[in-house]
Write a protein that binds this ligand. Structure first.
Ligand code: AMP
Length: 276
């Protein structure tokens, strides 16, 4: 496994790789990331993982400074997973002096995470476009855990005619349903114990949907009841939306995306489930 820190070194290493799968990450890897790596390993001649805590996707009052980092551990996990190339640039390599570009993906970034985290998806779209240009992947792998991010990336690739196949892989969960996330490391034991209420809320909506309920507010209420059964939670949003446009639905059709953002203390957790 080669670990490259500069664009020039990565380009030189990538040259002989053929079909390449890319898994972009912020590092502090867990089984969710590794499931994307395994999928990329199975579908490509070679696999690249990027590890970059991208400052431009964090808001001024967010957790950039305290975001967990452990590069030596990440590299051990990636080596064991059979990764060929790791791109781990410093911020100055990605954003040199006089860097001045931001990609605004329209429409789907105004709602949900985009509404609560202004500028977040411009940061994501810009860094992913740069990573695609540097890495030149054949396929790029993203987790359903960040459903809106997947929609934004698919739109980025389509609207800019990028020659990359975007693959969305299922959310990996703990045994009690909590979606794996690097941010779970912030939770106190008490918060960790109540955190699975988020997934219980999603399952409650799924059970109603499977029983024929299509009213958007009835589905939202079911999610809210499960989460608010745990008074430590403060809910940012509960959404029942069209999976492609992310527009809120009065009535669910054949499918709907149910998503949640909620806080436990200062830790913000997101999760979602696709219905239908
Ligand atoms: P992050 O390091 O949080 O930016 O995540 C890197 C990639 O891993 C993104 O495409 C995420 O959607 C994906 N990911 C994060 N958590 C999970 C999970 N629990 N299951 C599947 N994919 C995940």
């Amino acid at each position: 496994m080669q670990v490259l820190k500069t664009v020039a070194a990565f380009r030189a290493a990538r040259a002989g790789c053929g079909d390449l799968g890319l898994v972009p990450t912020l590092g502090f890897l867990h089984e969710g990331h590794l499931s994307l790596v395994a999928r990329a390993r199975a579908e490509n001649a070679a696999v690249a993982v990027s590890i970059f805590v991208n400052p431009t996707q964090f808001g001024p009052n967010e957790d950039l400074a305290r975001y967990p980092r452990d590069l030596p551990r990440d590299l051990r996990l990636l080596e064991a997973a059979g990764v060929d190339l790791v791109f781990a640039p410093a911020p100055a390599e990605m954003y040199p002096p006089r860097f001045d570009l931001s990609i605004q993906v329209g429409g789907v970034t105004d709602v949900l995470e985009g509404a609560v985290r202004p500028g977040h998806f411009a940061g994501v779209a810009t860094v992913v476009a740069k990573l695609f240009n540097i890495v030149q992947p054949t396929r790029a792998y993203f987790g359903q855990k960040d459903a809106q991010q997947c929609v934004v990336i698919q739109k980025l690739v389509r609207d800019l005619d990028m020659p990359v196949e975007v693959i969305v892989a299922p959310t990996v969960r703990e045994a009690d349903g909590l979606a794996l996330s690097s941010r779970n490391s912030y939770l106190t034991p008490e918060q960790r114990a109540v955190a699975p209420a988020i997934f219980r809320g999603l399952l409650a909506a799924e059970a109603l949907f499977d029983a024929g309920e299509r009213d958007g507010d009835a589905l939202r209420r079911a999610v809210r009841a499960a989460i608010e059964a745990e008074p430590q939670f403060s809910v940012d949003y509960i959404s029942v939306a069209d999976p492609e446009t992310l527009a809120e639905l009065d009535r669910a059709g054949a499918c709907a995306l149910v998503s949640i953002a909620a806080r436990l203390g200062t830790t913000r957790l997101i999760d979602n489930i696709l219905l239908g």
